[in-house]
Design a protein around this ligand. Structure first.
Ligand code: ZN
Length: 62
């Protein structure tokens, strides 16, 4: 079972940004890079922060 239930997933370049409700009932935003070999991911409490991080992400994949 997934830990979180994403209710909005959008893509910025190779990075997906998903909105979910965390265990405290707050809206939270997770970013995850889908590029092969890049396992970057992070969580943010603001959509703007998540989208900024997604836009400025540079893959370390080789
Ligand atoms: Zn990446």
């Amino acid at each position: 079972m997934p830990r979180y239930r994403f209710r909005d997933v959008r893509r910025i370049g190779p990075v997906q940004v998903g909105t979910f409700t965390d265990r405290h009932g707050r809206e939270a935003h997770a970013t995850a890079c889908t590029a092969p070999g890049c396992d970057w991911s992070a969580e943010y409490l603001s959509a703007a922060a998540a989208e900024l991080a997604a836009q400025s992400h540079r893959c370390n994949a080789r």
